[in-house]
Design a protein around this ligand. Structure first.
Ligand SMILES: NC(=O)c1ccc[n+]([C@@H]2O[C@H](COP(=O)([O-])OP(=O)(O)OC[C@H]3O[C@@H](n4cnc5c(N)ncnc54)[C@H](OP(=O)(O)O)[C@@H]3O)[C@@H](O)[C@H]2O)c1
Length: 320
């Protein structure tokens, strides 16, 4: 599998990364936890070298399951986790990227991940109350102490990243980017490219939309976050819009099949076609072969969206 480095850093990994939000078991459809642990083992066997988790997935259970799946091979891979929430009784109580909160929670992540270092620690969502320099100061201190190798952010816009860069250097920003949500193309991706900051895409499979497994009859249990209809501010799972997107997926499926590929392979290849991108995160159970799309392929894909009059939200502001 192809490898890329994060921005201008020496941290490298496979271009497809394993996402473990689903393994939290509480927000993202039913999951067989034993199978999930086996999926992690299998992913390592197949050359995936980046695993993304967060304390809030579960909360806490995803990190523990990931540690179980990785076992002694943890040292062979890049482990990414995220902090930046306050909790009471295992329930989140708002964003908190204050130095005190981050420092304590990083220790908890280390314990659950059964490791003495985190390769990349991210602030999960911007905390609008804590000055960025305070947060970066705490991340630098964790780095100096050898508890983390790199730090970065998630869901930050350009002004926020710019401010962070005045006080340190971000290894990555992790934001949603996929065929149905191209908001990051206008500002965030170009800025990451220029500033030497890696970019991790989440939702590479459109949160399941781009797997070909959904139909107009697909519904979500009430505790699945997709049941609200919105995906990070966009109406991707709402009524008519959802049905129109499925028509696009049908055409993409046919386009991919003409190339002997699946629509999931097309979705991943499309995301990886952006040169500023480091790693496409996928909530997955098996590895998929990597496919390189030509410019003609990308134009043919865009025509499918135009034919079905389905927006891709280029230029619209991101969720913050
Ligand atoms: N930083 C953030 O704020 C943030 C936000 C969202 C996600 N993330 C990270 O990004 C990772 C990946 O994003 P994502 O999981 O949200 O979206 P995704 O990868 O676009 O989609 C995952 C969904 O696709 C389904 N899927 C995967 N392969 C499939 C197949 N072959 N057939 C049918 N369905 C398939 C999965 O179902 P099954 O589980 O049933 O396989 C899951 O429901 C997460 O796990 C998490 O680590 C971060």
């Amino acid at each position: 599998m192809e490898h890329r480095n994060f921005g201008d850093t020496d941290l490298g990994c496979s271009v497809v990364g394993f996402g473990t939000w689903e393994m939290g078991g509480t927000q993202y459809g039913d999951i067989d936890l034993k199978a999930a642990v086996r999926a992690v083992e299998m992913a390592v066997d197949h050359g995936i070298t980046l695993f993304d988790t967060a304390e809030v997935y579960g909360p806490f259970t995803s990190e523990e399951l990931l540690a179980k799946g990785l076992g002694a091979r943890r040292k062979d891979v890049v482990v990414v986790t995220k902090v930046g929430f306050a909790y009471r009784d295992d329930d989140t109580r708002g964003r908190d990227a204050s130095p005190a909160n981050i420092t304590v929670h990083a220790e908890d992540c280390l314990r659950r991940l059964d490791t003495d270092y985190i390769d990349l620690l991210l602030i999960h969502w911007p905390d609008h109350k804590t000055p960025h320099d305070d947060t970066i100061g705490a991340l630098e201190a964790l780095k100096d102490a050898g508890k983390i190798r790199h730090y970065g952010v998630s869901n930050y816009d350009v002004p926020m990243m710019r401010e962070c860069e005045r006080h340190g250097h971000l290894t990555a920003n992790q934001v949603g980017y996929h065929l149905f949500d191209r908001r990051m193309e206008a500002h965030v991706l170009p800025f990451c490219g220029e500033a030497g900051i890696g970019f991790m895409s989440y939702g590479s499979l459109g949160f399941g939309l781009l797997t070909g497994a959904m139909t107009p009859e697909t519904t979500f249990v009430d505790w699945d976050w997709r049941s609200a209809g919105k995906a990070f501010g966009l109406p991707l799972f709402e009524g008519e819009r959802f049905r129109a997107e499925l028509l696009v997926v049908d055409k993409l499926k046919a386009f991919a099949a003409d190339h002997g590929k699946s629509v999931a392979q097309l979705a991943i290849a499309w995301v990886l076609g952006n040169p500023a991108l480091t790693v496409a995160l996928v909530g997955m159970r098996n590895e998929r072969e990597h496919w390189q799309l030509s410019d003609d392929d990308r134009r043919a894909i865009d025509r499918i969206f135009e034919e079905e009059d389905v927006p891709t939200y280029v230029g619209e502001p991101q969720a913050r």
